[in-house]
Structure formats: structure tokens, C-alpha cells
Design a protein around this ligand. Structure first.
Ligand SMILES: *Cc1c(COP(=O)(O)O)cnc(C)c1O
Length: 357
């Protein structure tokens, strides 16, 4: 299906300098509306606000999903690449099914991404900055009945973001959350839906007030094993293996997590998906058996953890600095992102040029 394009008559100038995260957007967005049991025409329109009825379901019951992905410029040939967009598209539809929302055709989704990025390709910044991509779906039917909406807007907004590491690599200080839980078996932890993040704001704020960067979530049932971090997955590096929690219905199946697992297997490491017991993690940090801890997600790629705080005590990981494997993984992934690597060319999706320019 062709995408109907309405150009922005007054595109903002491309900003220079420090982009920060998630507050600058390009002049266009992709939009497609769902009504009467079917998706309407796919469009690219000027970026701008929606008009929503105050009784629109999303505003009351949070029937909403999103994705987060990045595209990178390759200066050598002026091309732009997305990283494993197929994974994000599939995950978006998995989230949609859990939240009782319509799925989006994978081919059309990809074409929407390509066309939008191509139109605003001048906004894709140079490495280590990147273009952040935020596909979103909201429920727009008017009515306060608690049931699935019959109307939706699917849209994609994009904008330049700065590097997470612009201030240098500083290993994270994490606090294990001992009171609140993120996600329970049977719940919606595996879906990228707004409510998961709203519920995390209070515990994260409390941890940050106490001087920590982020929190580590434990399993909801026993609060004994490490699940993830709420916007990043987490893995524990031992001499003979790297452990991370298996994905199921409580953990977000990160694209970075999956990529790290593949790269580690490629390098001959033993990537093991089993539940890391928090008591063991702390004990092994003390004894030195635990060599490194790494957090991984689209925003921070792969980032070191320096301290894990649990039951009132700090547990330093290694010498508290960045571990060699963490660094190697980040550099390898960043090389693939920016097109400077021969590894896994199937992960790099070049945005076709010219069709919409
Ligand atoms: C998005 C997200 C991640 C990381 O996923 P990536 O695909 O690697 O960016 C991890 N945990 C949660 C809860 C997330 O929302």
C-alpha cells in the first residue's frame, strides 16, 4: 500500500549541538488510524499534536504500547541504517496482542519506518549521536467503559538523540528494589506498555534520591532472583559463563540482550539463561567470582555496573570500573550499528534512499 505524504510547509531547522534524549523531533511523522475493524490509509504528515476527546480510552485505562529503536548514519557513504528493525516490529505486535490492540502489518510497518527516516534523513546525526525512533499506538475511542477500544492511532515519531556516554563511561550504582515489584507471572511485564513505566517512577525516584542511578527488579513471587532493570536487561559475567534471566512473561525481551547473547556465543563464551539469585550475586561479588555486571538496552547499548546495593550494603563489582568484556561488547555492537563492522550484516537494515526526497 502506498503511503500518502503531506510535506511540512515550515520544517524547523536542524538543530546543532547537544541533543539530549527524546525532546527534539523531526518535521514529519508517520500516522495510520484504525476504525471499523480495519486500518485506514498510511500517511506521513507534518509533526504536530493530536486532538483527543477527554474521554478517549487511552487517557483513562492506559491501553497504549510503544517501541524504542535507533538508526545510525554511516558517514563513509552517507547511508542510514536501522538496527534489527524486524525484532522491534515483532515485539510491537506481541505487545499489541497482550493489550488487546490490532497488530500492524510487518511489511507496512517497515515501509513506514523507511519512508519517514528517508524524508527526514538530514536529521540523522553523526555517531556517537543517533536517530531515536518511537513507534506508538494509542486507543482513541470515546467512552469510559472498561473494554478494548474500537479506534486507535498508530504513529511513529523520530528525532536525534545524544550519546548516553557523552560524559564518559561511568559505571552504574544500582539498588536492588526490595519493596516494589515491576511485573508478576501472568502480568504485562513482557509488553512495552505505558503502565509498566508509570508504576516504576516512584521506586526509581526514591532510589535516585538516595544517590543510586537505577534499580534492579527482583521476581515478584519470592523476591529472590534478578529479573531486569526496567528499561535495560542485566547480565552477570563469571569466569565460565554469563548469566541472565530467561525471558518469559515477566521480562522485556530486549533486542540488545539478544544481540549480546549472540555475540557472546560467537566469541565462544557460555551465555546461560537461568535465574540469577540475588544472594549469590552479592556473595560472588564479595568473593571475586563475579567478574563484571553489564546492563544492556537501546539507549545505553552496553554499560557497566559498578555497585549493587542490597539489604543495606554496597557490593562492588570487580574494581568498580568497566570490565573488559563489557567494553568489548559495547565497542563491537557500536561498530555494527554504525556500519563499521563485518559482523552480522543481517542485523543492519539500510534505509533506501531517494524515493521520497
Ligand atoms: C525496552 C526495554 C528493554 C531493552 O530493550 P532493547 O530492545 O534492548 O532496547 C529492557 N527492559 C525493558 C523493561 C524495556 O522496556
Amino acid at each position: 500500500m502506498d503511503i500518502k505524504i503531506t510535506r511540512n510547509p515550515n520544517p524547523a531547522p536542524i538543530p546543532a549541538g547537544d541533543y539530549g534524549f527524546g525532546s527534539i523531533f523531526t518535521p514529519h511523522m508517520f500516522r495510520m488510524d484504525y476504525k471499523d475493524g480495519a486500518w485506514g490509509e498510511p500517511t506521513i504528515v507534518p509533526y504536530g499534536p493530536f486532538s483527543l476527546d477527554p474521554a478517549a480510552k487511552v487517557l483513562h485505562y492506559g491501553q497504549e504500547i510503544f517501541e524504542g529503536m535507533k538508526a545510525y548514519s554511516k558517514p563513509e557513504d552517507n547511508s542510514v541504517h536501522m538496527f534489527r528493525p524486524d525484532m522491534n516490529i515483532k515485539r510491537f505486535n506481541t505487545s499489541a496482542e497482550r493489550m488487546c490492540m490490532p497488530t500492524v502489518d510487518e511489511g507496512l510497518f517497515l515501509k513506514g519506518l523507511e519512508s519517514l527516516i528517508d524524508m527526514d534523513r538530514g536529521w540523522v546525526p553523526e555517531s556517537p549521536n543517533a536517530l531515536y525512533i518511537r513507534p506508538t499506538m494509542i486507543s482513541t475511542q470515546v467512552g469510559l467503559g472498561v473494554k478494548a477500544s474500537t479506534e486507535y492511532i498508530f504513529y511513529i515519531i523520530i528525532g536525534p538523540v545524544g550519546s548516553y556516554f557523552s560524559g564518559g563511561i561511568s559505571p552504574l550504582r544500582l539498588r536492588v528494589e526490595e519493596r516494589f515489584v515491576r511485573s508478576a507471572p501472568g502480568g504485562v511485564g513482557y509488553a512495552k506498555t505505558g503502565g509498566n513505566y508509570a508504576a516504576s517512577l516512584l521506586p526509581i525516584q526514591m532510589a535516585q534520591e538516595d544517590g543510586f542511578d537505577q534499580i534492579v527488579w527482583l521476581d515478584a513471587k519470592e523476591m529472590k532472583t534478578v529479573e531486569e532493570m526496567g528499561a535495560m536487561n542485566i547480565a552477570f559475567v563469571y569466569e565460565d559463563k554469563i548469566i541472565t534471566a530467561p525471558t518469559g512473561d515477566t521480562i522485556l525481551n530486549g533486542v540488545t540482550r539478544d544481540s549480546v547473547g549472540v555475540l557472546l556465543n560467537d566469541m565462544g563464551y557460555n551465555w546461560v539463561e537461568e535465574h540469577p539469585a540475588i544472594a549469590d550475586v552479592c556473595e560472588d561479588a564479595r568473593s571475586g567470582k563475579l567478574k563484571e555486571v553489564l546492563a544492556c538496552g537501546t539507549a545505553a547499548v552496553v554499560t557497566p555496573v559498578g555497585v549493587i546495593h542490597y539489604k543495606g550494603a554496597d557490593h562492588q563489582i570487580g574494581d568498580g570500573g568497566e570490565g573488559t568484556l563489557t567494553k568489548k561488547l559495547r565497542e563491537t555492537l557500536t561498530g555494527i550499528h554504525t556500519g563499521g563492522s563485518e559482523l552480522h550484516p543481517e542485523w543492519v537494515h539500510k534505509v533506501p534512499a531517494g524515493e521520497n526526497v
